[in-house]
Design a protein around this ligand. Structure first.
Ligand SMILES: NC(=O)c1ccc[n+]([C@@H]2O[C@H](COP(=O)([O-])OP(=O)(O)OC[C@H]3O[C@@H](n4cnc5c(N)ncnc54)[C@H](OP(=O)(O)O)[C@@H]3O)[C@@H](O)[C@H]2O)c1
Length: 247
């Protein structure tokens, strides 16, 4: 029980990597606050945690909206008085984008401004807003631990345009936040997985005609997140761990 007594916000905990991270963190004794928009998904995550003897509550929020992020933070601080862990996982490749384009590689000159803004909003604005509003709480309480979910697409030359740019941005956000918060006892790291088997990825695979692609497991990504939260050295901050989940 390496996280006994800790309070952990996990964004995008309604399914996929976020749900597995929430389960793994709860198994180590933390109370998980599971956040996403779809209440039914969150209910299922909370149920799965409670069935294993863990502690969890849910908050339905659209995290692209700063006021809703602030109300998430206020609700958690109001109930528990602190936030020890933030897993910045919510994100993805909204189906409106590829439903219109039906191919994986949208050329930079083919992106509409609206598509570009939507992807950046979902994948870079959310982690920024969560860090922006959680860090003051962590500074006040004297420490904390943040792990954001980037992607291999943010680490390499990629065809995925705005998504890759946003995921690369998460790594820079991680490094910037790390150097600015180390003096307050806050660790900030990221994981950068390859293709992982999740509900969101399965929809994407189908839409771009790659149903048969091999995928890594969300449980493995959760293990890496847990390593950063529990076992990584105190001086390990501002780092991104590449996870070559694609076979
Ligand atoms: N799967 C992969 O291959 C892969 C690889 C590398 C990185 N990643 C990253 O890993 C993270 C999780 O991906 P996944 O594959 O597990 O995705 P997923 O199965 O689609 O789950 C995404 C979660 O994020 C939540 N979410 C999305 N937009 C949100 C919003 N505006 N406000 C609050 N919650 C929101 C979703 O819930 P609601 O829709 O109900 O809000 C859902 O719970 C993402 O950041 C993704 O980019 C995934």
């Amino acid at each position: 029980m390496k996280l006994e007594g800790k309070i952990a916000i996990v964004t995008g905990a309604g399914k996929g990597i976020g749900r597995e991270a929430a389960l793994a963190i709860a198994e180590e004794g933390a109370t998980v606050v599971a956040v996403a928009r779809t209440q039914a998904d969150l209910d299922e995550t909370v149920k799965m945690i409670e069935e294993k003897g863990g502690k969890a509550v849910s908050l339905s929020r659209d995290l692209t909206d700063g006021q809703q992020v602030q109300s998430m933070v206020d609700a958690v601080v109001g109930k528990y008085g602190r936030i020890d862990i933030l897993v910045n996982n919510a994100g993805g490749y909204p189906s409106e984008i590829y439903d219109k384009v039906k191919k994986q590689a949208i050329k930079i000159w083919e992106w509409s401004e609206a598509q570009w803004d939507q992807i950046i909003k979902t994948n870079l604005r959310i982690p920024f807003l969560c860090i922006n509003k959680v860090v003051p709480v962590m500074i006040k309480q004297g420490g904390g631990n943040i792990v954001s979910v980037s992607s291999r697409m943010g680490r390499i030359a990629s065809q995925m345009g705005a998504y890759a740019v946003a995921k690369g941005g998460i790594i820079t956000l991680t490094k910037t936040t790390a150097i600015q918060t180390q003096e307050y006892g806050i660790k900030v790291n990221a994981v950068s997985p390859g293709i992982v088997d999740t509900p969101g990825q399965r929809v994407y695979n189908h839409n771009v005609g790659q149903d048969d692609i091999k995928m890594g497991s969300a449980q493995d990504v959760a293990k890496a997140i847990l390593y950063l939260l529990c076992d990584s050295p105190a001086v390990m901050t501002g780092q991104s761990i590449d996870l070559f989940t694609t076979v």
